[in-house]
Ligand binder design. Structure first.
Ligand code: PNS
Length: 165
């Protein structure tokens, strides 16, 4: 049986915490599709194509069974589209759990055949978030420990262009 999982998120941008979860999931599933939500209600720092490209560059060493795809609409529809039986989400701390439980139970109601799998982020990335990374980058702080190198370069370029976070 082929085990397929999707790992959905906003990824604006991908952090080392996300990458750590993708790496762990890539060892558990036969195929892993990182799903990048194209949410028209949010104004992201990175456009959808850039977010996909930065994740592709960051997960390149995880293997051919890991791919990246943009989606809009429901995560469960995206999962079904890829024939996935699992949704992967990362947990950094207990504070993540309440919202994640609500999402997982909503997704289960919508698609009982799909299970959400939570993976704990490595302790060293427990503090890392996309929004704080953008804030640190905006004020010229060192984001090297927080994001993969292609993302760090893109963030520095974006900030030099005068982007607002
Ligand atoms: O990286 P994020 O912002 O924490 O990811 C949240 C995401 C994209 C997983 C969540 O907002 C989502 O699944 N959105 C798609 C719409 C959907 O399926 N909503 C109902 C279930 S929560």
């Amino acid at each position: 049986m082929t085990r397929v999982a999707v790992f959905p998120g906003s990824f604006d941008p991908m952090t080392n915490a996300h990458l750590d979860v993708a790496r762990r999931a890539s060892g558990l599933f036969d195929r892993l599709v990182v799903g990048v939500l194209n949410n028209p209600k949010k104004a992201p720092l990175f456009q959808i194509g850039d977010r996909v490209a930065l994740i592709e560059a960051s997960v390149a060493d995880l293997g051919q069974h890991v791919s990246v795809d943009a989606f809009d609409g429901l995560t469960v529809d995206f999962a079904r589209h890829h024939g996935a039986g699992f949704i992967v989400r990362g947990l950094r701390a207990v504070s993540d759990f309440e919202a994640e439980l609500q999402m997982a139970l909503t997704n289960r109601k919508l698609a009982p055949e799909i299970d959400t799998t939570f993976l704990m982020t490595a302790l060293e990335y427990g503090y890392v978030s996309s929004s704080l990374t953008k804030e640190v980058a905006r004020f010229g702080g060192d984001i090297g420990p927080m994001v993969p190198p292609p993302v760090a370069e893109a963030l520095v370029r974006r900030m030099a262009d005068g982007a607002r976070v």
